[in-house]
Ligand binder design. Structure first.
Ligand code: SAH
Ligand code: SF4
Ligand code: F3S
Length: 468
C-alpha cells in the first residue's frame, strides 16, 4: 500500500443518502478530510457510512460542517506536518456553538494521543483506527466533554467493519487485513494499526457481492500486508490465494486487485492464482525498500535481495505480462553511497513499472529513532532525485514501448464533450482513449480495447477500437 495515494481531499458524494434510523446526528452535517494510504481512505468511507446511517449529511466544506473529522497519517514527519497545518486552517473556519465537533482520527491520533490537545487546542475528540467502530458513541460523548481515545486496545479480536459509504464509481476498496507484526526498524504502522488480523472470508465475499450488485466492477483488497491475509489466528477461514479464488468466482466482478504485499508473505499459490484467474489483475506492488542487503538487514525487513529476486523470477515466469511496482527508502541509517548504488542497480535489474521513493524519516518510538548515523539531509535529497530520475526514465521507456499495442481498459470516466474515456490497463496504467464519433459511447464500467498512440511519463494515450 502506498500512502502516496493520499487524497487529502473530500471524496464523499454530497446530498442526502438514505439512512436507517434517527439519532442525535439526524440532519447534522459532516466533513471528512483524509490523509495517508488507501487504508485511511477506506476508513473515512466507513466513518462516512456510520454517520450517514445516523442521518448525517456529508458536506464539502469544513465551514459548513457540524462535525469535522481529520483522518490523519503519521508515516513520515511530513505527514504529521500536513495534518497539523490542515487542522490549523480548519480551526479558523469551523462552526462555533454547542454540538459542533472537531475530531482527529487515524494514525497520528493513535500515536500522538492527548498531545494533539496541546498542539491544536480546540480539538474535541481524538480517536485511533481501532476505535472507528465506536465513532458514534464517542462523538456523542465528545459533544459534551472533550475526549481522547487513542486506545491501546490491541489486539483487537475482530476487524472493524462498519458499513462504508463509497463515492459512486467503478472501483471500490475493501479492507481484508489490518495491522502488522513485522516490526521494520523505521516504521510506525505496527504501533498505530496494532497486531495483524484478517476478516472472515464469508464477510468479505458478502461485501464484494453487494458492491458488485450495486455497480462496482473492480475491487481492490487492502491490507498493511495484504498477502499475509489469513495467516494469523483462525478467524479468516482461507488463505490469501484462496480468498482471491473465491472472489474471482463472483459473477459480474471484472477485476480484482490487492495492495500492499510483503515479500515475506509471498507464496507460489499467490503467483498461481495471478496466472490462472482472469479476474486477478497482473500487477504486484511489492516493496523492496533497498537494494543493499546490509540496509535490508538494518531495516529488519526479513529478506535479502536474493530472496526478493527469486519471487520476481517466479512471477515473471508464470505471469510474464505482470507489472511490478515498489516502495523505496533512501537515506536510512548508515546508508553509504555503495548501498545507495545497490538500490539504483536493483531498479535497473527489476525494471519496476513504478516506484514510490521516500527519504527516511525518523519516527518516535521506533527502534531506528535512536540510531545516530542518519546520512546528512542534502545527501538524501540528492539520492532521492537520482533515484526518481531513474524510475521515471524507465517508466517513460516502458510507456513508449507500448505505442502501437492494444490494451484493454476498464472505463472509469467518460467525457462526451471531448469523447475521451479514462481507464486503467490490467497492469494499472492510466489510459486516456479517444472514441471516434461513429463509435458507441462507452459508459463507466465498460471494458474497451484501445490502441496506444502515445506514451508519456504520467500515462498513455490511445484510440478506442472496440468494446470488449
Ligand atoms: N507494509 C508495507 C508498507 C507500508 S508503509 C510494506 O512493508 O511493504 C508504506 C511505505 O512507506 C513503506 O513501504 C516505506 O517505503 C515507507 N515508509 C514507512 N516508514 C517510513 C519512514 N519512517 N520513513 C520513510 N519512509 C517510510
Ligand atoms: Fe511497516 Fe514493515 Fe509493517 Fe510494512 S511490514 S507496515 S514497513 S513494519
Ligand atoms: Fe496508512 Fe499513514 Fe497509517 S500510511 S497505515 S495512514 S501511518
Amino acid at each position: 500500500m502506498s500512502d502516496s495515494a493520499a487524497t487529502g481531499e473530500d471524496r464523499f458524494p454530497t446530498g442526502n443518502p438514505p439512512h436507517t434510523r434517527g439519532s442525535a446526528f439526524e440532519g447534522k452535517t459532516f466533513y471528512i478530510k483524509t490523509f495517508g494510504c488507501q487504508m485511511n481512505v477506506h476508513d473515512s468511507e466507513r466513518m462516512a457510512g456510520l454517520l450517514t446511517a445516523e442521518g448525517g449529511n456529508p458536506v464539502s466544506e469544513p465551514a459548513a460542517a457540524d462535525i469535522i473529522l481529520v483522518n490523519t497519517c503519521t508515516i513520515r514527519d511530513k505527514a504529521d506536518q500536513k495534518a497539523l497545518s490542515d487542522l490549523g486552517r480548519i480551526r479558523q473556519v469551523r462552526k462555533e456553538g454547542p454540538g459542533t465537533i472537531l475530531a482527529v482520527t487515524g494514525c497520528m491520533a493513535q500515536r500522538e494521543g492527548e498531545e494533539i490537545f496541546r498542539l491544536v487546542p480546540d480539538v474535541d475528540l481524538i480517536l485511533g483506527p481501532s476505535q472507528i467502530r465506536n465513532l458514534i458513541p464517542l462523538l456523542d460523548a465528545a459533544s459534551t466533554s472533550r475526549a481522547c481515545v487513542d486506545g491501546t486496545l490491541w489486539p483487537v479480536p475482530e476487524m472493524t467493519t462498519p458499513p462504508a459509504i463509497r463515492p459512486p464509481g467503478v472501483t471500490a476498496f475493501v479492507t481484508v487485513q489490518e495491522g502488522c507484526d513485522k516490526a521494520c526498524a523505521y516504521c510506525v504502522v505496527p504501533a498505530t494499526r496494532g497486531a495483524e488480523r484478517s476478516r472472515p472470508v464469508t464477510d468479505i465475499v458478502r461485501e464484494v457481492e453487494n458492491l458488485v450488485s450495486s455497480g462496482f466492477r473492480e475491487i481492490t483488497l487492502l491490507g498493511q500486508n495484504v498477502n499475509g491475509y489469513g495467516q494469523k489466528g483462525d478467524t479468516a477461514g482461507a488463505s490469501f490465494p484462496e480468498l482471491l479464488q473465491r472472489l474471482s468466482d463472483i459473477p459480474g466482478l471484472l477485476r480484482l486487485r490487492f495492495t500492499t504485499s510483503h515479500p515475506m508473505d509471498m507464496s507460489e499459490d499467490l503467483i498461481d492464482v495471478m496466472a490462472t484467474s482472469s479476474r486477478v489483475m497482473p500487477h504486484l506492488h511489492l516493496p523492496v525498500q533497498s537494494g543493499s542487503d546490509r540496509m535490508l538487514e538494518r531495516m529488519q525487513r526479513g529478506y535479502s535481495l536474493d530472496d526478493y529476486r527469486r519471487w520476481i523470477e517466479k512471477l515473471r515466469k508464470k505471469v510474464p505480462e505482470a507489472a511490478l511496482t515498489t516502495d523505496l527508502i533512501v537515506g536510512f541509517c548508515g546508508e553509504t553511497e555503495e548501498d545507495f548504488e545497490k538500490t539504483l542497480a536493483a531498479v535497473e535489474e527489476f525494471r519496476f513499472d513504478g516506484a514510490f521513493a521516500f527519504i527516511y524519516s525518523p519516527r518516535p518510538s521506533t527502534p531506528a529513532h535512536s540510531w545516530e548515523d542518519v546520512p546528512p539531509r542534502e545527501m538524501s535529497v540528492e539520492r532521492l532525485e537520482r533515484l526518481q530520475k531513474k524510475v521515471e526514465q524507465q517508466a517513460m521507456e516502458r510507456n513508449q514501448s507500448l505505442v502501437g499495442s492494444r490494451v484493454e481498459i476498464l472505463t472509469e470516466k467518460w467525457d462526451p464533450e471531448t469523447r475521451t474515456a479514462v481507464g486503467r490497463t490490467p497492469q494499472f496504467q492510466t489510459v486516456r482513449a479517444l472514441v471516434a464519433p461513429e463509435r458507441p459511447d462507452p459508459s463507466p464500467g465498460d471494458l474497451l480495447w484501445v490502441t496506444i498512440t502515445q506514451g508519456a511519463r504520467a500515462g498513455l494515450k490511445g484510440n478506442a477500437v472496440s468494446h470488449a
